[in-house]
Design a protein around this ligand. Structure first.
Ligand code: HEM
Length: 426
């Protein structure tokens, strides 16, 4: 396997470290956990803060202080596995992905130091104040168009289709430079990537996903090749300018791979966040009314949503050397599952953690954007999108409510959390 390959499927499922408490049946992919992870996550944290999940083949870490410790020690807890499939892949998918031109390299979330730091210098520039300011105006304009269209369409609508799917995709794809007409196609491929790296697809599904991932990667490569010849005012062109200035500082393959990585990271969790803010606020009419009366409360309401009903409930690491965490000895090579759902509701950190409270003083202490050198690059952008959507909805539709009797199921995966559909009425 070449160095820094973007997705590396495990060959086998790991075995429990000796002496580690074992949970034989819990799985983050079980129906009950996907439906409501919080009571189960609390029980897991109370029983054994660090334990081995037999079904998953990972050591699970549930306490805020332990998760922060892991994030702050990247030399001991590497992020190289965060984009990998959870389980070994079947032969057909492996064959498809062994195409010689399927060669994205790890660039951001899954690249070790010092290269990660070198590349992050350039990717941070894509989120400069100047670009975010331009994007804020564009975001407001596009959010208003989509929300007006939805509100003018009658007295009810499905929010994912109307706003939560198209808005984040438009923002990040315009930031990168992808043409608007490709939005639906690229977003469809991204949903499959979620199943590939964080779900448990069947062998048949894996083969189809692998075909589409290959198509996704080829699309990114063709797009970068076009930009190479014709620069525009977009992030892909900026990365190519940096590559031209010093091709060792940012290689051409790294530019292609940043486009591949960012075009996924930048919208799927935001779609979930937009839905989750409404899921939390609309049933609590007093809190919804409070933000309608005073939009200055919205930023904290967004952070409280990220704590209480996060769009990202887990992330991963792997140990590079033998170490001890929460009193449990871990050998080198131990896969680690960081359970944000447990930590974001920890009573030692948050008073009455199972209450949603937009007035909470420390809502922003949640761990949903990670911490340390890999801290989410798009945190400000994601929060800005959620704030703008809420400002517009609170102003234009104060009588907005969730439709009764709806299916709020989430896409089965270990990390990303938000309803696939959200029916609203007004
Ligand atoms: C609610 C929305 C989002 C959530 C919950 C979220 C969460 C996360 C998390 C947990 C990490 C890993 C942090 C770590 O390993 O320490 C991460 C990394 C990252 N996120 Fe986000 N993210 C969101 C939105 C975005 C957006 C909008 C973008 C870009 C437009 C983005 C780009 C990235 C990138 C590039 C990384 C890797 C950073 C690095 O390794 O240096 N994310 N995000």
């Amino acid at each position: 396997m070449p160095e820094n390959t973007y997705h590396v499927a495990p060959e086998t499922i790991a075995a429990a470290p000796s002496g580690c408490p074992v949970h034989e049946s819990w799985s983050p992919l079980s129906e009950s956990y996907l439906a409501d992870p919080y009571p189960i996550a609390r029980q897991l944290r109370e029983d054994h803060p660090v334990f081995w999940a037999e079904e998953l083949g990972y050591v699970v870490v549930t306490k805020m202080e332990d998760i922060q410790h892991v994030f702050m020690h990247p030399d001991i807890y590497a992020s190289s596995n965060v984009q990998n499939p959870l389980y070994p892949l079947a032969a057909e998918a492996t064959e498809i992905l062994s195409a010689p031109d399927f060669n994205p390299v790890a660039v951001m979330s899954n690249r070790p130091e010092p290269d990660h730091g070198r590349i992050r210098v350039y990717t941070r520039k894509g989120f400069s104040n100047r670009r975010l300011k331009t994007l804020e105006d564009y975001m407001y304009e596009r959010a208003e168009v989509l929300i007006d269209q939805m509100l003018n369409s009658g007295n009810s609508a499905e929010y994912v289709k109307s706003v939560a799917f198209p808005l984040p995709a438009e923002i990040v794809f315009r930031l990168i430079g992808f043409p608007r007409e490709d939005d639906v196609m690229v977003k469809g491929w991204a949903a499959e990537r979620k199943a590939f790296s964080w779900g448990k697809p069947t062998a048949e599904q894996q083969a189809q996903i692998a075909e589409h991932m290959l198509a996704y990667w080829r699309y990114c490569r063709e797009f970068v090749a076009q930009r190479k010849d014709e620069r525009r005012d977009d992030f892909a062109s900026e990365l190519l300018d940096a590559h031209d200035a010093d091709e060792n500082e940012l290689t051409y393959r790294e530019v292609e791979s940043v486009v591949y990585g960012l075009s996924f990271a930048g919208h799927d969790p935001v779609t979930n966040l937009l839905c989750n803010t409404l899921l939390c606020l609309l049933p609590r009419r007093d809190q919804w009314q409070a933000i309608c009366d005073d939009p200055a409360l919205i930023p904290n309401a967004v952070d409280e949503t990220l704590r209480f009903e996060s769009s990202q409930v887990a992330w991963r690491r792997v140990t590079t050397e033998a170490t001890t965490l929460g009193g449990v000895d871990l050998p080198a090579g131990t896969p680690i599952f960081l359970n944000f759902a447990a930590a974001n509701r920890q009573p030692e950190v948050f008073d009455n953690p199972d209450d949603f409270d937009i007035f909470r003083g420390n809502a922003n202490r949640h761990i949903s954007f990670g911490k340390g050198i890999h801290l989410c690059l798009g945190a400000g952008l994601a929060k800005m999108e959620a704030r703008i959507a809420l400002e517009l909805l609170a102003k234009k539709a104060p009588d907005l409510a969730l439709a009764e009797e709806q299916d709020l199921s989430v896409f089965p995966n270990i990390t990303f959390r938000g309803p696939e559909k959200l029916q609203l009425v007004w």
